[in-house]
Design a protein around this ligand. Structure first.
Ligand code: DUC
Ligand code: ZN
Ligand code: ZN
Ligand code: ZN
Length: 497
């Protein structure tokens, strides 16, 4: 066999434990795990002494080459996944975004066409529901049964938002298919009125962005989405939880027995809304994303604490990058600034810095929130998200003692701005192994266009708790892992039609 690799002497970190195993990889898969392995001659050996060996990061939220608000995001599937790999992420999940009225299946194939030949690492796709009718319902079923899709995103804001009755039907359809519903939770009707009012008052700059969509407008939508999902017992995933209020609304819904997961963004964990007051337009507009960064400077640590408590489970980037020139579309009107920021490359280092380096989370929890939980929720665990015999060889050898300083001048993304500019991070990927191939080698990036594959995300069985397939997320309390299942996963009764 070709492509053999042995990783020796590292501290192997999974979400539940750290072991001192060596790892033998052949043809892209982990074949042996343990000490004193017997391996074929001619195998390359990587010494990981003093380093952590982590499951490659999974970024479940990117928008590569996305036409949005009159612009097209500049990181495509090549540049975007190359940057991901450079930072220790070995799989991304992007969003198919059908034009209003467009067939979901057609849009799905458009995205496959953008991705398949370009991706440097494996990828999967969520599908956005930008309108609602019977045709959409039929196509959702086909996407689940024939195209490896198990997640659909609905919007409560933007001009493709669904109303409450449509959300109810969309969630109900997801529930019956065994899919998970994702929601962009902001009250779009309130935002539209606020924008009108602010512009009329002469507030046209980026500072108007957060003012038009304050955190209670996010929290209201989180709460409403949770209530609607609970009516039809649909598992729900709130994307980009950006504020304290939204995080608390989600936590309370969970305590009421709603089956809901929360994702927050690396942007929200490491920066804040003070940037919207920056005098330089390219700087403030460069931080515009929705939901916005919050003016309350205690927000980033609060969200990290929610991750530590398992009140949030996942971190993504929402990487949707626009150059300075594109952001100028909103020079006269903040509501026209293309929404989106970087993060796919820096997510792992920034979260290590803000979470592990500060002592809020341990390396196991870091693995859970950057990789394992996304793999479980989107039903690709243990192929992805862990280091185990039989799993894909997506592995990062992580040096916690080295640091790097983030800059647009040195990053691998196509975009000309970086919201983490100047941030010094402990935790540097020294080797990144993607499907058994060494794609960062002693810190040198050797990503290969087209090396990645499309990964099917199979649906779950609706209503049934299936220990083989349903995510059994383990809550972490003060660094000790509680193996009991969260209540919302305890036996659901099968209801036959
Ligand atoms: N928010 C962003 O900032 N960009 C892409 C889409 C979204 O919801
Ligand atoms: Zn969104
Ligand atoms: Zn500036
Ligand atoms: Zn997004």
């Amino acid at each position: 066999a070709q492509n053999r690799l042995l990783i020796k002497h590292g501290k192997v970190v999974n979400e539940d434990e750290i072991t001192e195993d060596d790892i033998y990889i052949e043809d892209g898969v982990i074949k042996q795990l343990g000490r004193n392995l017997i391996i074929p001659g001619g195998t390359r050996v990587i010494d990981a002494r003093g380093k952590y060996v982590l499951p490659g990061g999974i970024d479940p939220h990117t928008h590569f080459e996305f036409e949005f608000m009159g612009a097209k995001s500049v990181d495509d599937f090549y540049q975007g996944t190359k940057a991901a790999v450079a930072g220790g992420t070995t799989m991304i999940i992007d969003f198919v975004m059908p034009k209003k009225g467009e067939s979901l299946i057609d849009a799905f194939y458009e995205w496959r066409q953008k991705g398949d030949d370009k991706v440097c690492c494996d990828y999967a796709l969520h599908v956005g529901l930008t309108h609602w009718n019977e045709q959409v319902k039929k196509e959702m079923e086909a996407l689940c049964k024939e195209h490896g899709v198990n997640s659909f995103k609905v919007f409560m804001a933007y001009n493709f938002m669904l109303n409450d009755a449509e959300l109810y039907s969309a969630f109900d359809t997801c529930q019956k298919l065994g899919a998970i519903a994702q929601v962009h939770a902001e009250n779009g009707s309130i935002i539209a009125k606020n924008v009108e009012k602010l512009l009329a008052k002469g507030v046209t700059g980026p500072e108007g962005h957060e003012l038009s969509r304050p955190e209670e407008v996010e929290a209201e939508a989180v709460n409403r989405a949770c209530i609607i999902a609970k009516q039809v017992d649909c598992p729900l995933y709130i994307v980009h939880v950006m504020s304290k209020s939204a995080g608390l609304a989600l936590k309370q819904a969970c305590e009421r027995g709603t089956r809901v997961y929360g994702e927050t963004l690396v942007a929200a964990l490491a920066t804040d809304g003070s940037h919207y007051k920056h005098e330089c337009f390219h700087h403030s507009a460069g931080h515009v994303l929705s939901p916005p960064l919050r003016p309350d400077p205690t927000t980033p640590q609060f969200l990290m604490n929610l991750l530590a408590q398992d009140a949030l489970q996942v971190t993504g980037s929402d990487n949707c990058t626009f150059n300075k020139a594109q952001k100028e579309l909103g020079k006269e009107d903040f509501s026209k600034i293309p929404n989106g920021v970087n993060g796919v490359e820096d997510r792992m280092s920034v979260i290590w810095e803000k979470g592990v380096q500060t002592g809020i989370i341990d390396p196991c929890r870091f693995v859970a929130i950057t990789s394992s939980n996304a793999a479980k929720i989107f039903n690709i665990f243990p192929q992805k998200g862990c280091i185990a015999v039989g799993s894909d060889a997506d592995i990062v050898i992580w040096d916690p003692s080295r640091t790097r300083t983030i800059s647009a001048a040195t990053h691998h993304q196509a975009v000309d701005f970086n919201i983490f500019e100047g941030m010094e991070c402990h935790g540097v990927p020294e080797y990144v192994i993607v499907n058994g191939r060494v794609c960062v080698d002693e810190g040198q990036l050797r990503a290969v266009e087209g090396h990645g594959r499309y990964v099917d995300t199979p649906v779950f069985a609706p209503y049934v708790y299936d220990p083989e397939r349903v995510a059994d997320l383990k809550p972490v309390k003060n660094g000790t892992h509680d193996d009991s299942l969260p209540e919302h996963f305890q036996n659901k009764v099968q209801i036959e039609e």
